[in-house]
Design a protein around this ligand. Structure first.
Ligand code: SF4
Length: 291
């Protein structure tokens, strides 16, 4: 019983708390599947504040899969510059082409068809289903996965986490529910959780938050990311930026990175990885060129 005398209702309490503080983000105002897909791909590894203006600009330029499929890879990579993990841009353009070739230019509305699109995994597919088509599925990102494990009071296997997430969605409210639970995980149930007043019926909190934290090592809970500065990720971004936006000769950017202390062997390996990923082209005479 709560102090107001009513039975606790976990769904209602989570929704009431979450909807009241849900941020107004542009992709939350649309149900357009392409716009939702673009937002989900951008948000995978980039912060919300950086994504907002880039998402708007991307959609102004390519408002549907057909427009994106017709763009050159170089243009899409150039538009992606600064968001990181450019493979996402390459795959998004390939997904747009697949939508044109297989689905008449539309983003499909079934889990299997979505997951058959390049770069679309179980998380992104379910996010599009829930946020564009309002389908009854649970969306499990790393934040939701932490909530699920702590609520269960134990580490979860992937299939189990997905089943619990699906079963937890209240009837008729998949959009609101998934937004709210993702937000709760991102803002309250962080690595160091803020449990005061949390509306989740949480087994781990109920047990006094014993060590170990069940979220650590549970399905879909990501580990801390390695340092960006000086990493191969940084080098990949700089080589691509030079080739797609600044038109710097590859030899120039290689020389610059080496003069900054990057190991020549690593620079070479990074360039080769970009070629292997199809993010840099290679002419018949072996010279590298923008895609
Ligand atoms: S009570 Fe604490 S640990 Fe449990 S879900 Fe809420 S914030 Fe997370």
């Amino acid at each position: 019983m709560t102090r107001s005398g009513r039975e606790p209702d976990e769904h209602a309490d989570i929704l009431a708390e979450g909807l009241a503080r849900l941020r107004d983000l542009p992709w939350r105002r649309t149900r357009d599947p392409w716009a939702v897909l673009v937002s989900e791909v951008m948000l995978q590894q980039t912060q919300v504040v950086r994504v907002v203006p880039r998402w708007e600009r991307f959609l102004e330029r390519w408002p549907n899969p057909r427009a994106c499929a017709a763009a050159s890879l170089g243009d899409v990579l150039g538009e992606w510059h600064g968001l990181g993990y450019p493979r996402r841009a390459r795959d998004l353009r390939l997904a747009a082409s697949a939508c044109v070739e297989r689905h008449g230019g539309l983003v499909p509305d079934s889990l299997d068809e979505l997951m058959a699109l390049p770069g679309v995994g179980p998380y992104t597919a379910r996010a599009v289903l829930a946020f564009a088509f309002e389908a009854h599925v649970g969306v499990v990102d790393t934040n939701v996965a932490r909530v699920l494990a702590r609520r269960a009071g134990r580490r979860l296997r992937p299939k189990e986490a997905q089943e619990i997430a699906d079963a937890w969605v209240p009837s008729g409210l998949p959009w609101a529910w998934n937004q709210v639970v993702m937000d709760l995980g991102a803002t309250r149930c962080r690595a160091t959780p803020d449990c005061d007043g949390c509306p989740v019926d949480c087994a781990w909190r109920g047990a006094g938050r014993p060590h170990p934290d069940p979220a650590v090592g549970s399905a879909a809970v990501s580990r801390r990311q390695s340092r960006f500065q000086g990493s191969d990720r940084e080098m990949r971004g700089r080589v691509l930026a030079a080739m797609t936006t600044d038109d710097t000769e590859l030899a120039g950017i290689e020389q610059r990175l080496r003069s900054e202390g990057f190991d020549p062997g690593r620079v070479h390996a990074v360039v080769e990885s970009l070629v292997a990923d199809g993010l840099i082209g290679r002419d018949v005479d072996g010279r590298l060129r923008p895609p």
